[in-house]
Design a protein around this ligand. Structure first.
Ligand SMILES: [Fe+2]
Length: 288
């Protein structure tokens, strides 16, 4: 997210605290599991994670000064509520790869920290909530939701959220109003959906918080290519968590969150209606 420094300070803290509240409350109930304290599993996973860090200390000959800086950084991640941001940017893509090993259907990718519950419920064809003068290229995203055997999934739900043309998420940045460019669209009796929105923009993770500061300190790009987030659900089927990107985006292949995949790139075409563009994308859900 880019803006003036003063605004980005407040936005990073706001975004961090909101994302932390959501993670703490377990609001993302579409993704259950975890929390089982099997000692063998805890020992295996936590042990491997700690050993990875110990190996880094040995191999890089980490100094006490660096160790103390690491402690301060970890504390600041907590203080700013950036644990969801840090974890979703730098680790979630590996968890998603593991999950994808056992999931058929359309290609997925990470959820990220900016999903919100309780958004507008809309029937297809739907226009997402937006300001009267919402900037950006008008865009239609449409397609069909089916099961892996081709059966249309009537009433499938397409939960969609993305930034505005300036790279801001409603509910996390102060500028867009609540609910802007977010909604849950119910597909028709053939599983078809059509969503009218605006093309989103690339954005940086917040640069004033510890995640962004670490990213810049390492000389890494803080940018995410423009993308649309989607959660596609239907009864009896595993939820598809995915994102859609745009051909020609300068940040494709260099996504700070490592979430972009070639299969997820859209190539919208003009509809002939002003500067409106359209992409068609079907989603295939795996039965549970
Ligand atoms: Fe995003």
């Amino acid at each position: 997210m880019t803006t003036t420094e003063d605004q980005s300070v407040s936005d990073a803290v706001t975004a961090g605290s909101h994302a932390t509240d959501i993670a703490r409350s377990g609001a993302a109930t579409f993704r259950t599991g975890g929390g089982q304290a099997d000692p063998a599993r805890v020992s295996a996973v936590v042990g491997a994670a700690l050993e990875g860090i110990r190996a880094a200390i040995r191999e890089q000959k980490v100094t006490y000064e660096e160790f103390d800086a690491f402690k301060r950084w970890l504390i600041s991640v907590s203080d700013t509520g950036e644990w969801p941001l840090f974890l979703d940017v730098y680790l979630e893509f590996e968890v998603e790869k593991v999950a994808a090993e056992t999931q058929d259907g359309s290609v997925g990718t990470i959820l990220g920290p900016f999903w919100l519950d309780g958004q507008a419920q809309l029937d297809s064809p739907a226009t997402l909530p937006m300001r009267d003068d919402e900037p950006g290229t008008p865009m239609i995203l449409a397609g069909q939701v089916t099961s892996t055997d081709g059966t249309p999934l009537a009433g499938a739900k397409v939960d969609i959220w993305h930034t505005d043309e300036e790279g801001w998420y409603s509910g996390f940045a102060s500028k867009p109003p609540a609910g802007n460019l977010r909604g849950v669209v119910t597909a028709d009796d053939q599983g078809r959906y059509e969503i009218h929105t605006r093309k989103p923009a690339p954005y940086t993770i917040p640069l004033d918080g510890p995640t962004g500061q670490m990213t810049l300190a390492a000389g890494w790009s803080p940018w995410r290519p423009a993308h649309i987030h989607l959660l596609v659900t239907a009864p009896g089927h595993r939820t598809l968590t995915t994102q859609l990107f745009f051909t020609g985006d300068p940040y494709l292949g260099n996504d700070v969150a490592s979430a972009d995949k070639p299969e997820l790139t859209l190539d919208p075409q003009p509809t002939g209606n002003g500067d409106e563009i359209r992409s068609d994308r079907d989603f295939v859900l795996a039965p549970e």
